[in-house]
Design a protein. Sequence first.
Length: 251
Amino acid sequence: MRKNIVAGNWKMNKTLQEGIILARDLQMALSGKAVNCEVIICPPFIHLASIAAVAGTSIVKIGAQNNADKISGAYTGEVSASMVASTGAQYVILGHSERRAYYGETNAILKEKVKMALVNKLIPIFCIGEILTEREAGKQNKVVETQIRESLFELPVKEFGKIVLAYEPVWAIGTGKTASSAQAQEMHAFIRETIACKYGTVIAEETSILYGGSCNANNAKELFSNPDVDGGLIGGASLSVDTFLPIIEAF
Ligand code: PEP
């Protein structure tokens, strides 16, 4: 059975002290509650070890927002997957549209990043999604299929089976504009079908596919009620317990 997951992407927000308080508050808010999904928070690299020490043994799992495409060496400013894993993080967001758009991450670079993550036993939360002009041109399926194929489809089935996917239409990220429930379901079903064609229906059925893009307390329940939507990757609403908790409770 595939997992339902709610993951928070803090992006470049929160000082270390603010991050520790948020992680603690979230952990406290969840303690004693019946939580029906995996809860992950993805703080900036520099907070990972401290937040893993605070929250890592609880119900809250920790993820990074990136890892390098190289093993180690003279790559100033980069953080390797082995470094991420050594903090206690278990997940890593890869291929976020902001990384693709602002830092030139291509499908080929992301293929290497995914390999590094998997070698170091990190679970990639691999983001895919089209920009507005691509959707308006009706090219969203082609764009998403290409992103998946070029970065992931050389993985052996056993390795692919570890990946979590996050469909994030770029036009919905941080814009307050959410994909409709029907648009999300349609794309998630297409993604599952694409996986099934390559790796078979068993793997496709076991792959968690999250929705991301202005998901909040008001729309989470409807989005998550779709048969192929297995949770959410949450940006803005993950920055406070008040807005993140109701999304977790939507399951
Ligand atoms: C994201 O950046 O992954 C995201 C989904 O952001 P937001 O929820 O703020 O749209």
